[in-house]
Structure formats: structure tokens, C-alpha cells
Design a protein around this ligand. Structure first.
Ligand code: ADP
Ligand code: 5GP
Length: 189
């Protein structure tokens, strides 16, 4: 495989999307974002085909049956997310560096599949309390969804030691710089 895969995981609200977006905007490293499919509804400001391919539960099921996914997970009850083969295979063959923002189980699975062609990077929150504050501040999820995401965070954090490397997102600019430098070192190899 000519290209490389960067797997970024973290509990929801740790700042993954913010960090990935900033690195892509800075443009110091050329990254291609793998747009996952999901059956969750779009949040305000999210665009179909940009943040996710927003599809129905039936369409998601059909995609599973066709074998369209590299991996997929029911990340929250009834909420499915999957990495599409069409988002990564051709781009990797063309030598691009493809970034995946995926949950811990999917992340570990993709790392096992791609081995040394993939870097798995875990973004940690300074604390679970701060994570809750960020989810509340983002104001995109209902109080029930926030409780669900916070209670899942401790379980998800237990996967961090299985990743190649970790970045603590306390000061945002420092976390962006550190993540960017780890990606650059990996792609330069
Ligand atoms: P994720 O993609 O991991 O779910 P987001 O990137 O949406 O998380 O970040 C969650 C919220 O936290 C957003 O409102 C974002 O602006 C904010 N945020 C991200 N990083 C920091 C940071 N280092 N300090 C304070 N707030 C942050
Ligand atoms: P959100 O609903 O906050 O966008 O995402 C919820 C969780 O689903 C996050 O942990 C995110 O990384 C994960 N996720 C997004 N896309 C995929 C995917 O294609 N596969 C898997 N396994 N998880 C995903």
C-alpha cells in the first residue's frame, strides 16, 4: 500500500473533530478525511457527505449486506457508524494519507488490519469532568445523550493503552501542534 492511515479515537467531546479540522486547515500535512456513514441525524452545522454520509437504518443495513464497510460499530444503542471501503482503499492506493475519526473498537480493528501502514492515535481529555463541560458547552446533544456519552467515556478511556500513541487535549493549540507533529513523523517514515 502506498498511502497511510491515521486512526484518531477519543471519547465524544474530547476535541477530535476540532483537532483534525485545524490540522487540515493549517495544511502543513496533506490529509484526506474518511467520511463515515451513520444513521444518526445530522447536528446543526453538519453537512451530508462532508461530516458524515447520513443514511437511514435500512440503507445502513443494505450497505452491511453488500460488504461496503471496512468496519462498522453500533457505537450507541441503535446508532451505527461505519468506515466505507470506497472512502479509503482507492485513496491509499493513490498514496494519500487518510484520516479516520472512529470509535475505540473500530480503531483497534483497523490498526490490526493495516499494521505498520496505520498510526493509531488516542486523544485524552484532561478529566472526565472537563469532558462533560465541553459536551455541555458544545450544546449539540440532549442532556440524555450527554449522560450517555460521559458514562461511556470511562470504558473508552480503558482502550488508550492499546493505541500507538496518546495526546492530552488540555491546551488546544498545544494538542493540535503535538498531534500534527506525530502525524508528520509517521508519514515521513
Ligand atoms: P469530538 O469530535 O471529540 O466529539 P469536538 O471537537 O466537537 O469533540 O469538541 C467538543 C467541544 O469541546 C467543542 O465545543 C470544542 O470547541 C471544545 N474543545 C475542544 N478542545 C478544547 C480544549 N482544549 N479546551 C476547551 N474546549 C475544547
Ligand atoms: P459523533 O456522533 O459524536 O459524531 O460520533 C460518535 C462516535 O462514533 C465517535 O467516537 C466517533 O469517532 C465514532 N465514529 C464515527 N465514525 C465511525 C466509523 O466509521 N466507525 C466507527 N467504529 N466509529 C465511528
Amino acid at each position: 500500500m502506498k498511502g497511510k492511515i491515521i486512526i484518531i479515537s477519543a471519547p465524544s467531546g474530547c476535541g477530535k473533530s476540532t483537532i483534525i479540522r485545524s490540522i487540515m486547515e493549517r495544511g502543513n500535512v496533506n490529509l484526506s478525511f474518511s467520511v463515515s456513514a451513520t444513521n444518526r441525524p445530522p447536528r446543526p452545522g453538519e453537512t451530508d457527505g462532508v461530516n458524515y454520509h447520513f443514511i437511514s437504518t435500512e440503507e445502513f443495513q443494505d450497505a452491511i449486506e453488500r460488504g461496503d464497510f471496512v468496519e462498522y460499530e453500533e457505537v450507541y444503542p441503535g446508532r451505527f457508524y461505519g468506515t466505507l471501503k470506497s472512502e479509503i482503499i482507492h485513496r491509499c492506493e493513490a498514496g494519500e494519507t487518510v484520516v479516520l475519526d472512529i470509535d475505540v473498537k473500530g480503531g483497534i480493528r483497523v490498526k490490526e488490519m493495516f499494521g505498520d501502514d496505520a498510526l493509531s492515535l488516542y486523544i485524552m481529555p484532561p478529566s472526565v469532568e472537563e469532558l462533560r463541560r465541553r459536551l455541555e458547552g458544545r450544546a449539540t446533544d440532549s442532556p440524555e445523550a450527554i449522560d450517555q456519552r460521559v458514562s461511556k467515556a470511562e470504558y473508552e478511556l480503558s482502550f488508550a493503552p492499546r493505541y500507538d500513541t496518546c495526546v492530552v487535549n488540555d491546551d488546544l493549540s498545544a494538542a493540535i501542534a503535538e498531534t500534527e507533529s506525530k502525524i508528520m513523523n509517521f508519514t515521513a517514515k
